[in-house]
Design a protein around this ligand. Structure first.
Ligand code: AMP
Length: 433
């Protein structure tokens, strides 16, 4: 399959050629023809599969056609035709860059709007008139309140990473936005995972959508090799630095649960001689962007991130992800390891698990519908004589952490089979071998 057989405008084919894309990814092959017919879709695809181009290319194709049918008068300001909603500014930036890349020289314009930065330049950009806006819901509402934007001519509406938008509590914002959007539009919903809330949302916003799934639901990119090392809590940092150093890994993204944990780990790893920075919600936008840029350029070898901060990060050729702590929310595991193995590259996701945390892995495996191989890292075997930590799910620290998650807008769902194997001192190792 080639891009040219998808019947895309030749100007877009030229952009794809310039971007070095040889052939469409599976989500692009599946979604583009459907979207070109004008149908709504509900697509199961995580970041890294090429999903952005899967919606951006048909939107740009159809915008070109609209432009040809209704050329702008010289006194007319371009009305906004396409809106992409993303949960985080990082994802918004990523999506915006893709639109710019694909529509570089074809006379279509894009803008971006997210919070945490001054609204005025965004107001000015919109005043000039744009075809496409990529926005986070909160800032979009601010712009709507200021009457800096009209959605009345909107033809295309995209919900990118809809599951995360709901997790982050954006449902009210979404409903307010939907009230101002014409019903005569094409709507696309992309989500890495599906649950009842997503289906409820989809019923409200999509019309007879085509369901498109390239990977089975809630599965990880096939090219990501996964591994769990059972290790004592107090040796995790040492093992992390040793793995990175001894295996000569470059560009390693490390996930932790808390902002403080991210800062502490980054500091300690720097002392180990691994140049590391942290990225989380308490850091300024500028600091986050600088850290990411240095990481991309290879000036920083490891980046320690919280789940929210890492959303939408697209780092070319990211090969290694370390789950320094297993996430409390199993779906986060899929998002985390989706940072690697992107667009066909091979990736490795290593998770560090302490004895007593098997219940977290079991939940992840239930969502994956697959087992993740477990092992001990030579020289870092857990001390089996130590008492096993109590099931942390109901410990005070876990409760506190979940309170923090909630304060930060992260959903903590019901857990099933939470305590199974929690006191298995073999770390679940034997039963899986
Ligand atoms: P996405 O899932 O949209 O975040 O895309 C992940 C990465 O894959 C981005 O860096 C894209 O530029 C890249 N990409 C998307 N489609 C293709 C393609 N057909 N061929 C090569 N790379 C692609």
């Amino acid at each position: 399959m080639s891009f040219s057989s998808l019947n895309l405008d030749t100007r877009l084919l030229a952009s794809l050629n310039a971007a070095g894309y040889d052939q469409p990814t599976p989500i692009q092959t599946a979604a583009i023809p459907v979207l070109l017919t004008g149908k709504d879709i509900m697509a199961g695809a995580q970041t890294g599969t090429g999903k952005t181009a899967a919606f951006a290319l048909p939107i740009l194709h159809r915008l070109l056609a609209i432009r040809e049918d209704n050329p702008l008068r010289s006194d007319e300001v371009q009305p906004l035709r396409a809106l992409v909603l993303t949960p985080t500014r990082e994802l918004a930036q990523q999506v915006y860059k893709s639109f710019v890349k694909y529509s570089g020289d074809i006379g279509l314009s894009s803008a971006i709007a997210y919070g945490g930065v001054s609204i005025n330049p965004q107001v000015d950009a919109l005043a000039e008139g744009v075809d496409v806006l990529v926005a986070t819901p909160g800032r979009l509402l601010d712009l709507m309140q200021k009457q800096a934007i009209s959605l009345s001519q909107l033809k295309f509406l995209v919900f990118d990473e809809a599951d995360r938008m709901l997790d982050m509590g954006f449902i009210i914002d979404i409903q307010r936005i939907l009230k101002r959007v014409p019903s005569d539009r094409q709507t696309m919903l992309f989500s890495a995972t599906f649950n009842d809330e997503i289906f409820t949302l989809s019923k409200n916003i999509l019309k007879e959508p085509e369901l498109i799934e390239v990977d089975a639901r809630n599965t990880t990119a096939a090219k990501v090799e996964q591994m769990v090392y059972v290790v004592d809590e107090d040796r995790k940092r040492e093992l992390t630095s040793f793995m990175i150093g001894s295996k000569n890994w470059q560009q390693v993204l490390i996930f932790v649960r808390t902002k403080q944990g991210a800062d502490d780990l980054a500091k300690e790893m720097c002392k180990d001689g691994i140049k590391t920075q942290s990225i989380h919600g308490d850091k300024s936008q500028g600091a986050r962007e600088r850290a990411l840029e240095e990481f991309k350029q290879g000036k920083v070898r490891a980046l320690v991130a919280t789940d929210v901060a890492a959303r939408g990060l697209d780092i070319q050729q990211l090969q290694y992800v370390i789950n320094y702590e297993l996430p409390y929310i199993a779906e986060d595991y899929i998002h985390r390891i989706g940072r690697t193995g992107r667009a066909g590259l091979e990736g490795l996701a290593v998770s560090l698990m302490c004895m007593g945390e098997e219940y977290l892995l079991e939940e992840i495996e239930a969502v994956l519908d697959d087992r993740v191989p477990q092992s001990w890292f030579p020289g870092y075997e857990p001390d089996l004589t130590k008492p096993v930590a109590k099931n942390k799910k109901n410990s005070r620290s876990a409760q506190k952490s979940r309170q923090k998650d909630r304060a930060y807008g992260i959903k903590t769902g019901n857990r099933s089979s939470a305590n199974k194997g929690a006191n298995n001192r073999s770390g679940g190792r034997n039963k899986r071998r």
